[in-house]
Design a protein around this ligand. Sequence first.
Ligand code: F6P
Length: 360
Amino acid sequence: MVEHKRIGILTSGGDCAGLNPVIRAAVYRAVGTYNWEVFGIRQATQGLMQRPPKAIKLELEKIDPLLTAGGTILGTTNKGDPFAFPMPDGTILDRSEEIIEGYHLLELNALIGIGGDGSLAILRKVAQQGNLNLVGIPKTIDNDVSCTELSIGFNTAVKIATEALDRLHFTAASHSRVMILEVMGRDAGHIALNAGIAGGADVILIPEIPYKTERICEYIRKRQDLGKNYSLVIVAEAVRTENGEFVTTNDSFGQSRFGGIGQYLAHRISGCSGAETRVTVLGHIQRGGTPSPTDRIIASAFGVAAVDLIAEEKYDHMVAWQNRQVFSVPIVDAIAKYRAVDLNDTLVKTARSIGICLGD
Ligand code: F6P
């Protein structure tokens, strides 16, 4: 018999498809199986800083529509590190104690944090400081959390990028153009590599493999010689210029964001291959919309497993997907370093073996 608990759940960092199905599964397990109470905390840790803390009780009867809903009903943010929180008057405050107090005001016994490596690192630091019972669930379209083959949101993002390539294929062929698709992924090339193979890209550029524009052009010219009048290039946003610089823009808060490598490459590729180029930046479309079946499946498995970790009082752990099974790993191992594309990865070998140019 598992004793009664009151648990909190929050989503932190950039949203992605699959967050709502995790919340649904966690409520099914916690309320349906164990008869616990679950509180959904609004806007990541910011809900715990508010007074009274901003949270809603999640009811079993109302959660079914969450399976197919994109985004997160709880809201999220990827701004405002609680240890250096920017206040409206311009000062920077450490608000971690407010989060700990919010957890106690809600009388929580445990907290499920759904986040990427950055969010999980922050949540763990707060949990250690306040002796809070934390369990983590990995989510990010970038798929760069260590110790798990899949993070929630990645599969949907790959599906969307693949569909974009499928569409670009026809217009590229019709106009004899080189079409460049710029995708997200931060420092990791998982989206570009996976979607590139699935969507029949001719060139895949990822941050982990330095490229030479001349190599890309040689490859495009060879295709032209074979009568292939068009090419598809997929490039991850954190691919650098040939001088090794990131291409970024500043957002409205003055924060630097990746963006623009596609345009940089377009000029250089048309310069050395003579081909007409066009650029599509897929952006946040990769994060929105209905979760794919795979994301719904791992979200359901993760939601259940996270609640079971709490039932076992196995805290400071994150659920992870390995060989089609859910495991748990210490959060500290999952956040130790980000998971880049391994150059010995089967998919790198596969791409090369089916004639895709990786730019090197
Ligand atoms: O980490 C997820 C991610 O979508 C990255 O791939 C991308 O660089 C970043 O977030 C975009 O962040 P924002 O939503 O703040 O523009």
